[in-house]
Design a protein around this ligand. Structure first.
Ligand code: NAD
Ligand SMILES: O=C(O)CCC(=O)CC(=O)O
Length: 353
């Protein structure tokens, strides 16, 4: 990919600080000058958040977190933030928690400092998502980009291996989909390529040694690179499919990404030879799909949409819902027939080749 292009770089401070989240977080809160901190955290991560926020001027801890940020959940969080006159939101958790903090920032303009505990990458993007009924809407807005991020790999040690794998494959999907997303350019493609290398290296180490730190650190770095690439390149076909599956049928986010990715790569790879060659090199394989499938085997990745909760009868409805959102940049031509076929293959876990 050559020729003229315009690349926009997002500004935020990022600290990689294994074992040092509390101190790093305190330094970021002090730098912003906040005096009334709202902590957003899911109930499961409450103890972890209490540990790392203990020295902050916390006025409110908000525990109501739900995947894909239902509008009613966002509205309740916005109301309590205003009631307590919060001047900063600290989010501690996965993409759902960061997403709720972003929803508050979207309407209030409050700054966010994010401490991620999964590999979803939301903390490094200006992308928000809200769900009303069965419709998930996403958008980009400078107000939701966290001012700072604290990455502490120790906080991901409690993430079970299966969820670590699925979440890491969500990050890998940001990288792969960035190759042909609407605003793909040589800079975000370079970040995505390096993200594939880091994730393909780190994820097998988490599976081999879940309590070891080096795999977790490498995957967090890959998650960050993947998210920066995704925020810049935009949502490609893969993300459009997963947003419909998550918003419309409530499928679990990371696992859905993990299942769908090889099918989108199988569709697009032959029509995007440069991207495929890059992916192949990053995986150390003959093709991107060979590399992805070898990695998925090693990781014992989730295999079918049937296993993560989609009904066969929903396949046709899903294809029809995705169709109007297919990005014009997609390398392979997408029809209702080949999209339905793709989703049906993913539903049954058929060989994507
Ligand atoms: N805006 C963006 O750029 C962006 C990017 C990626 C994902 N997302 C959004 O993020 C959401 C999904 O995020 P997710 O996949 O991180 O899932 P999640 O935040 O819903 O977390 C999944 C589960 O993991 C648990 N968990 C989180 N951290 C843990 C830890 N350290 N130890 C043990 N358990 C832990 C949570 O309690 C939850 O049960 C979706 O709504 C998705 O749309 C947004
Ligand atoms: O924040 C959102 O809900 C939209 C972005 C997103 O979910 C990225 C992804 O699919 O991983």
């Amino acid at each position: 990919m050559t020729g003229p292009f315009v690349h926009h770089t997002l500004g935020q401070r990022v600290r990689f600080a294994t074992g040092d989240a509390a101190e790093s977080l305190a330094a970021e809160v002090q730098a912003i000058g906040a005096r009334q901190v709202m902590v957003v955290v899911g109930a499961h991560e409450a103890a972890l958040a209490a540990r790392i926020t203990r020295d902050l001027p916390v006025v409110l801890v908000h525990y109501e977190v739900a995947m894909h940020v239902p509008v009613a959940v966002a509205e309740r969080a916005r109301a309590v933030a205003a009631e307590h006159e919060a001047d900063l939101i600290v989010s501690v958790g996965g993409g759902s928690t960061t997403g709720l903090a972003k929803a508050v920032a979207l309407t209030s303009g409050l700054p966010v400092v994010a401490v991620p505990t999964t590999y979803a990458g939301s903390e490094a993007t200006d992308v928000w998502g809200l769900t009303e009924g069965t419709t998930k809407t996403t958008g980009s807005d400078a107000r939701v980009l966290p001012r700072a991020v604290v990455y502490d790999a120790e906080l991901t040690l409690s993430l079970p291996v299966e969820l670590s794998v699925a979440s890491g494959l969500n990050a890998l999907a940001h990288c792969v989909d960035s190759m042909w997303a609407p605003a793909a350019d040589p800079i975000n493609v370079a970040l995505a390529t390096e993200g594939v290398r880091a994730l393909a290296d780190g994820l097998p180490r988490i599976v081999d040694d879940p309590t070891g730190m080096s795999g977790r650190e490498q995957v967090l770095l890959g998650a960050y690179l993947s998210a920066v690439a995704f925020a810049s390149a935009g949502s490609g076909l893969h993300h459009k499919i997963c947003h419909v599956l998550g918003g419309r049928y409530g499928l679990p986010h990371a696992q859905t990404h993990a299942v769908v990715l090889p099918y989108v790569l199988a569709l697009n790879g032959p029509f995007a030879p440069d991207a495929d060659a890059r992916l192949a090199r990053a995986f150390g394989a003959n093709t991107g799909l060979d590399g992805l499938q070898a990695l998925r085997l090693l990781l014992r990745a989730p295999r079918s949409l049937r296993d993560v909760g989609l009904e066969e009868a929903q396949v046709a409805d899903a294809a029809a819902a995705v169709m109007p959102n297919v990005p014009p940049s997609n390398p392979a031509s997408v029809t209702i027939d080949n999209l339905t076929h793709l989703l049906h293959d993913a539903w049954e876990g058929a060989d994507p080749r």
